[in-house]
Design a binder for this molecule. Sequence first.
Ligand code: ADP
Length: 481
Amino acid sequence: VGGTQAQHDAVAELIRAFTVSADKLRAIQTHFISEMEKGLKHHGQTVAMIPSFVEGRLTGQEKGTFLALDLGGTNLRVVQVELLGAGEFTTKSTKYKVSEELKTTDAKNLFRISGTLVCYGWRINLLNRLIPIVLVRSIDFIADSIDSFLAEHGLDAAEEAIPLGFTFSFPVYQSKINRGTLKSWTKGFSCPGLVGKDPVVMLQDALAKKHVPVFVTALVNDTVGTLLSHAYRNPDTMAGIILGTGTNGAYIENMKNIEKWDGGSTSSNEMIINMEFGAFDNERRALPLTMFDNKLDRESINPHEQIFEKMIAGMYLGEIVRNTLLHLIDRELLFSGNSSKELNEMWSLETTYMSAIEADADPQLESTKNILEQTLSIPSTTLTDRRIVKKVCELVGTRAARLASAAIGGIIAHRDALEAGCACGIDGSLYEFYPNFETRMYAALKELFGEGVEKKIRLGLAKDGSGVGGVAAKMFKSLPV
Ligand code: ADP
């Protein structure tokens, strides 16, 4: 990066802190596998390994038209999916804007709003600043959205209740294909009053109240949906992974390995497991956490939770970079020791900025300059400053990709699926848009499994996982609804 000896030394120190060596990667993979196995054996483990009640495999020949509802990402989506057979499907979807209210009231008052799902998180406003927001997602609003979707698509005259797959991207302990209780919130959402409640019951009640002829037949985690949607096109799909705001994975497990299973007899010898691996190593035994990760965790709304997710997912990577830059600024090794009001604000450095900085191929790093000086209002930057910032993004982005591969590698090794080969469906903006994310994932997989790994483990973008997966789950009728 050039610059002074002190800058050089500081960057070398960061490289040491953020680099996950091949040996470390293997150690993480090994620990990941033992945590998976613990979760399969006993209830209530760190990696929850939740049986999804989705059994068997798709062939790609399934046909039919279904409805799906996707809640948990950034929008509420109602989707009509038509499975055409031969792995082909079409979707028609409508996004409904959820009412957002900027509130300064303390959380306690907000939770008094009855019948309302209250969440808070962060959003970018029109000035490109991250602002704390309160999302008020009324369950009634969801029922209304489904109702207007039915009218829009001429489905409101149906004689029988229309089946709907509900994709919900938060940890739920399932008790049936369409029943479960919310374990906890993740990804910056919080509404303690709803933990322990069944999201399906809430939705079904709201639908009944409004006489909307829809029956929730499946409750599916987004990872399970991603797996199913990818499997519809690629029947040898073994896993579904989310690399978006949060991170998590699902894979197909042998019933005989799910020692804790107490859900009665099944008609297939396989079931999809929603791993909830964002919580992997909350005990901090294997992950190479830095002081920058520790600061993020301490300041987050869920300290000591989702430690693995906080090193990988889109919601957090920018914040790790921000913490690292502040540390360099405090040592007067960056921006001549200057910062800005914006940069001092938590969450102000979005992961999308890292994407832009990593993609900046200009010799003067003009886009990087623009982000730092315009968007983040740093008074001035030198080329060395910008190179250091780019290096930090590369280190944090690479570490995330490698850790994601340790998880995928753990699944593949646990299932002994390397030789036979398998596909892995991945959904999320980080995987789709972050420069070189996939290349870095493959590089790590190669270190774990050797040359030619890309022919055996085929990573691929699983489009529309939440929609298609939600309905595909409905195809599995083996367990009573
Ligand atoms: P969700 O997971 O909420 O369903 P996404 O998969 O779109 O939605 O993930 C959103 C996350 O991805 C955000 O944290 C955002 O910062 C990050 N993100 C969005 N676009 C990009 C991009 N181009 N590069 C890197 N990260 C991105």
